[in-house]
Design a protein around this ligand. Structure first.
Ligand SMILES: [Zn+2]
Length: 275
């Protein structure tokens, strides 16, 4: 398996995030947060490689965060590969991204809700061009799910970005909830659009998509496994078990759990060195 959506944050930031969830959400988060412990869980679950990210929720922190993410990846022997973060109100987010790629990041995480940014903000255009030129990808948390489940035209923003940047690969997290069907319908026109499974297939998840077998089979070539580990209130393998419970064809499950991720990012096609 390849998991494209894991969270690692510097200890103080992670403690603040956990406090936020404890105070403001009904989620009970109990998984470990230290990078080595997270990596050990993933190895034990049969994950051959994972992608991890953090996010700059305000200006002035992206550079330091990216340096920490790259250093953490090196400490893990490259088993986990980092996505950079940028903040559009920083003086030179493009230079921040270039520095992050030079340090080993393989793409960019954007969280519209936490960062209070829109994916189709034109200030992202030079950043998207840079990511496409480097064969990286964007992992995007689109809109305010799980705190609000009404559509906010996420697919409109995502497809406008893809129309302007046809070589850019974009992964929409959480299977695009609440607009999963609209994203799957857009796949034939946008081959570089991917959806991850994060928190959308685990039974009892606050972002359960309720997607049936047909919808998943229809998007099979562009769906990648993601989990949000360690920030989810259930066992690590719950999303995969939820997928398996749909009775998907074996090649579909294989594509979702590993093969599509290798197509998404060349770095994921290489074998990881042992940590
Ligand atoms: Zn996440």
């Amino acid at each position: 398996m390849i998991d494209v959506h894991v969270h690692l944050h510097p200890p103080r930031l992670f403690a603040a995030i956990r406090r936020w969830f404890a105070e403001r959400s009904p989620w009970e988060l109990y998984h470990p947060t230290e990078p080595a412990a997270v990596a050990a869980t993933l190895r034990a679950a049969g994950v051959e490689r994972f992608v991890f990210c953090s996010y700059a929720h305000k200006p002035g922190m992206a550079r330091e965060l990216n340096a920490w993410l790259a250093a953490t990846s090196r400490e893990l022997g490259g088993y986990g590969l980092p996505l950079a973060t940028v903040h559009l109100d920083d003086p030179d987010p493009l230079a921040d991204l270039q520095a992050a790629f030079a340090a080993g990041c393989i793409g960019l995480k954007i969280h519209e809700d936490v960062q209070q940014l829109a994916l189709d903000d034109p200030r992202f255009d030079p950043i998207y061009d840079e990511i496409a030129a480097r064969a990286g990808f964007v992992l995007a948390h689109v809109g305010p799910v799980p705190w609000k489940h009404d559509t906010n035209d996420g697919p409109g923003r995502v497809t406008s970005v893809l129309a302007r940047h046809p070589n850019l690969r974009v992964v929409v997290a959480h299977f695009g909830v609440p607009d999963s069907a609209r994203y799957v319908a857009a796949l034939p026109a946008f081959p570089n659009l991917f959806l991850d499974t994060t928190m959308a297939f685990a039974h009892g998840s606050p972002m359960f998509a309720g997607a049936g077998r047909e919808l998943v089979e229809a998007g099979a070539g562009n769906i990648v496994l993601g989990t949000d580990y360690p920030n989810m209130p259930y066992a690590y393998d719950a999303d995969r078990l939820g997928l398996e419970a749909l009775g998907l064809a074996a090649p579909t499950l294989r594509a979702i759990c590993s093969e599509n991720a290798r197509r998404l990012a060349p770095a994921l096609a290489e074998k990881a060195r042992r940590a």
